[in-house]
Design a protein around this ligand. Structure first.
Ligand code: PLP
Length: 366
């Protein structure tokens, strides 16, 4: 190896070390993520807890996963000084990637569909990210890969790489941290844990963590309309594809993503989109919490589990997540005109929730 190569290698290692130190310091400096209790009727002897991931610096549960992906890519040498990082999404993952790319001083391009709202673009650009629009929306992944090859950049590819990024044994993953908080509060693991699946990595890490540590917790994955996860879990066929995008942001996919692990899921539960919206609005009104639609899906799932626990005279707790806050959704899921235009009617589902929390009866709209 020549002197020049040696210096270049040493420079690359120094840069990687500094970048990893910054990522680690960010994690160490993070404020604790709060655990919130939703007050179910006391006589039920069922507690419901939400770990509030909206309090992460970039406002969602993706903050943790993206930090892990960035650490992995820097440690492997896939992201070096000046490498352009590329991701194909306009959602929470893109915001977190923009934040961490800015932190370690590399450029970031989010490949987003043409119809992406200015508000979403602004959230990425706030952290110095650039939006590259491409249509049709289903082709943004190929475009991201093409762009990465053209720029000699790094396509983060969270849908594929999430499967390796998460440390499921330890206490750090979102689900493991949620269980630990509930155990600290209640003195025992939750009877049930309820999460959604986007990449599927939250549920896969949590399910493995539960089995590895021998917890008695049952894992439920709530799944919106048009998603492949519930049908694939029911049929045990991972090649399942719906060809339709989910309408609940962050969760549900038209195909089964590589991180999704059906074998660790005790129950997959389909949730009508109007039910997710009804539950989101109900929870937000009842508590004043700022929450997005996938948290509505979690609340709906948790209430159905609470009903099942009552039917079975089971006592204990249910743990779930606030995945992100309401701000990004004021002009959509919180807007009556938008909901009507999508032909969604949350009214009957709101009645279901209201009746359940009043007299314990669960009657779903037909
Ligand atoms: C708001 C929201 N909820 C839930 C999820 C699901 O998490 P996972 O990708 O780990 O399956 C995501 C993922 O993007 C999300 O953004």
């Amino acid at each position: 190896m020549s002197d020049l190569d040696d210096r270049t290698q040493a420079g690359a290692r120094r840069w990687a070390r500094q970048a990893l130190t910054r990522l680690r310091s960010e994690a160490a400096a993070e404020q604790p993520v709060p655990l919130r209790r939703y007050p179910l009727p006391e006589r039920w002897r069922v507690s419901l807890f939400f770990r509030d991931e909206s309090r992460r610096p970039t406002g969602s549960l993706k903050h943790h996963l993206v930090r892990r992906l960035m650490e992995d890519a820097v440690a492997r040498g896939d992201i070096r000084q000046g490498t352009t990082v590329i991701e194909a999404t306009a959602g929470n993952t893109a915001i977190a990637t923009a934040y961490f790319a800015q932190m370690i001083g590399v450029p970031f391009i989010a490949v987003v569909p043409g119809k992406t709202s200015p508000a979403k673009r602004e959230r990425i650009e706030r952290y110095g990210g650039r939006c590259h629009t491409f249509d049709p929306p289903a082709a943004i992944y190929e475009e991201a890969a093409r762009l990465a090859a053209e720029l000699d950049g790094h396509y983060l590819d969270h849908l594929v790489c999430a499967v390796h990024a998460e440390d499921w044994r330890g206490p750090d993953s979102v689900g493991a941290a949620m269980l630990a908080q509930v155990m600290a509060q209640e003195g025992c693991p939750p009877a049930w844990a309820v999460v959604g699946a986007g990449t599927g990595s939250t549920s896969a890490a949590l399910g493995r963590h539960i089995r590895y540590h021998g917890y008695p917790t049952n894992l439920v994955v709530v799944d919106p309309e048009n998603s492949a996860y519930w049908p694939s879990w029911v049929t045990d066929y991972t090649g399942y594809g719906t060809g339709m995008p989910s309408r609940i942001e962050g969760i549900g996919r038209p195909r089964v993503e590589p991180a999704f692990l059906p074998s660790v899921i005790d129950l997959a539960m389909p949730v009508p989109d109007a039910a997710s919206i009804a539950a989101m609005r109900y929870l937000s009104m009842a508590t004043g919490w700022s929450i997005g639609p996938s948290t509505g899906s979690n609340f709906w799932g948790a209430l159905r589990i609470a009903h099942r626990m009552r039917e079975d005279s089971e006592i204990g707790s249910i743990a779930t997540l606030i995945c992100d806050g309401a701000d990004a959704y004021r002009g959509t899921y919180y807007d009556d005109n938008w909901i009507r235009a999508k032909h969604l009617d949350p009214g009957p589902y709101t009645e279901t929730i209201d009746r359940f929390l009043t007299d314990g009866q669960w009657t779903e709209p037909s």
